[in-house]
Design a protein around this ligand. Sequence first.
Ligand SMILES: [Ca+2]
Length: 109
Amino acid sequence: MLSSHILLIHFFKPHSFSSNFATMTDLPKAMGLLRTVFKNHAGKDGDPKSLNKKELSELLRAEFPEAGSTSKNELDKFFKSLDNDGDGVVSFEEFVTFAAALTVICHGE
Ligand SMILES: [Ca+2]
């Protein structure tokens, strides 16, 4: 574990976050939603701790229906851009990095 992770755990005490969605404040709620979206799709086919290409495609269709369909070539390129370590699957860390980058892009518009 990186020292920055230890600092974050010490400062935020994630184990103390409420598990009651109704009483959560906005940012913990958003963090929980990211975990839920990932888990709902990662668990469909194989390892529940990662997204394969099919699961990522289903996640995109479910979460961004207005984006329309993507070609196999576009999906291949997108998947490769998310799979930072090149292990052939998208981990939660890689997924959250994508979500954060997309949030920054949307915030800038
Ligand atoms: Ca990966």
